[in-house]
Design a binder for this molecule. Structure first.
Ligand code: TXA
Ligand code: MG
Length: 352
C-alpha cells in the first residue's frame, strides 16, 4: 500500500453567522490552489475541493477512501453559476432554484464541459447545489470557483455534523477545517434527478417531497433502495453506518417499543453493551433499561431529531457500545430522510 502524504490539518473557529473575512480568504486560497478544506453547510460538513482541478478532485476520493464510481456534488455561490456547471437546463430547474436555493436541494442535470468527468464518476450528468450556510456561501464566493464537496467523513462512515467529527475521520488527510459549530439541518440535501421526466428523488433530504411537489406540480417518486437499475451507485449501499451494528425495529409504536425493550434486555443478559436511540416519548414509555440511552428528541419535532441523529450515532460509537437499537419513524415530511438514514445505518431491519 502506498503511504498517503500527511497534512497538518489546521482548525479555524469561525462565527457561523459572520465568519472572519481573513480566515475565509485563507481557506478560499487553499481551495483555489488545489487544497482540501472542510466547511459547514446547513446540512452536514462538506469536504471541499476546486471542481475545476482534476488533481484536487482526485484527492477527495483518496482522503475519504471513496470509490471513483461515486459521483460528487458541485457547490456554487450564486444561482447564475448553474449555467456554467450544467447544460440544457430545463425551465423547471430554474423554478426549483428560485424556490429552494440557497438550501438543501441538489439538482442532477446534464454536465457542462467545464466540469471534469471525474467529478461525476464519468456520468454525463452532474449534481449541483447552492448551500445556505453563511460560512459555505462566504467561502464559495471568495473561492470564485465551483467546489465539489461530499460529506466530510471517511467513506461508509456517518456524515459529520460537527467539526470534531471531521477531525476524527480526516485529520492528517486535509489542509483545513472551518469550525462553525453544529450544522442546523443535520441530514444531507435532497437529491432530485431532473434528467428524467417525471423527476425522481434519488435521496430524500432537507427539502421535503411535499415541498418539491408544490413547484413540480406532481409528487416525485422516491427511489427505493432495491428498485431498478443502479442509477447512482453511492446511493444504494449501506452508507451512513456507525462502526457498530445497528438493529432497526420497524412497526407500530407500541409493538416496536415492546420489541426494543425485549431485545435490549436479551442482549444485556448476554453481556453485550447496548446503546439505545430513543425518542423522548419512548423514554417515558419504556422506563429504565440496562443500556446507554441517547435522546433523539420528540416525535413531534422532526427538525430536532434530524439535527441530533448523526451526533447520536457517533456518541454511542464513542461510548464503546457493542450494538445499537433504534426504532423507525413514520412517513412524511422530514421523517422520510430520517428513516432513510436509519435504514442505511442499520445492519439488520426487524419488522414487528
Ligand atoms: O447535503 C449534502 O448534500 C452534503 C453537503 C456537504 O453538501 N453533501 C453530500 O455529498 O451529502 P455526498 O457526496 O456525501 O453525497 C452525494 C450523493 C451521493 O450519494 C451521490 O451518489 C449522489 O449525491 N450524486 C452525486 N452526483 C450524482 C449524479 N451525477 N447522479 C446521481 N447521483 C449523484
Ligand atoms: Mg456522504
Amino acid at each position: 500500500m502506498p503511504r498517503l502524504p500527511t497534512y497538518p490539518t489546521i482548525v479555524r473557529q469561525v462565527d457561523p453567522q459572520a465568519p472572519d473575512p481573513q480566515i475565509i480568504a485563507e481557506a478560499a486560497a487553499c481551495l483555489r490552489e488545489g487544497g482540501l478544506v472542510a466547511f459547514p453547510t446547513e446540512t452536514v460538513y462538506g469536504l471541499g475541493a476546486n471542481a475545476l482541478k482534476e488533481r484536487a478532485v482526485r484527492r477527495i476520493f483518496v482522503a475519504k477512501g471513496r470509490p471513483l464510481t461515486d459521483p460528487l456534488i458541485v457547490h456554487i455561490a450564486r444561482n447564475e453559476q448553474l449555467a456554467t456547471v450544467a447544460r440544457a437546463i430545463p425551465a423547471v430547474a430554474w423554478q426549483l432554484v428560485t424556490a429552494f436555493w440557497p438550501g438543501p436541494l441538489t439538482l442532477v442535470l446534464w454536465r457542462a464541459p467545464a466540469i471534469p468527468p471525474l467529478v461525476s464518476a464519468g456520468l454525463p450528468t452532474v449534481a449541483v447545489r447552492r448551500p445556505s450556510h453563511p460560512v459555505a456561501l462566504a467561502l464559495l464566493a471568495a473561492a470564485g470557483v465551483p467546489v465539489v464537496a461530499p460529506s466530510a467523513n471517511r467513506f461508509g462512515h456517518t456524515s459529520p455534523t460537527r467539526a470534531e467529527h471531521v477531525l476524527a475521520d480526516l485529520a492528517g488527510r486535509i489542509e483545513m477545517i472551518l469550525d462553525a459549530g453544529p450544522t442546523p439541518v443535520g441530514v444531507e440535501s435532497t437529491v432530485l434527478d431532473l434528467t428524467v421526466e417525471p423527476a425522481v428523488v434519488l435521496r430524500p433530504g432537507g427539502v421535503t417531497v411535499e415541498a418539491l411537489s408544490t413547484v413540480l406540480g406532481y409528487t416525485p417518486q422516491v427511489l427505493e433502495r432495491a428498485a431498478g437499475p443502479v442509477k447512482s451507485p453511492g446511493l444504494l449501499e449501506r452508507h451512513y453506518a456507525p462502526a457498530v451494528p445497528l438493529i432497526l425495529i420497524e412497526g407500530p409504536a407500541e409493538r416496536a417499543r415492546a420489541a426494543l425493550r425485549q431485545r435490549a434486555l436479551a442482549l444485556a443478559r448476554q453481556g453485550r453493551r447496548v446503546g439505545l436511540l430513543l425518542y423522548t416519548e419512548d423514554q417515558a414509555a419504556l422506563g429504565p433499561l440496562p443500556a446507554r440511552v441517547v435522546d433523539l428528541g420528540s416525535l413531534r419535532q422532526p427538525e430536532e431529531v434530524a439535527r441530533r441523529l448523526f451526533t447520536a450515532l457517533r456518541t454511542l460509537e464513542a461510548a464503546g457500545v457493542d450494538v445499537i437499537l433504534a426504532r423507525s419513524v413514520p412517513d412524511g415530511g422530514l421523517w422520510l430522510a430520517i428513516r432513510d438514514r436509519l435504514r442505511r445505518a442499520s445492519s439488520e431491519v426487524v419488522s414487528v
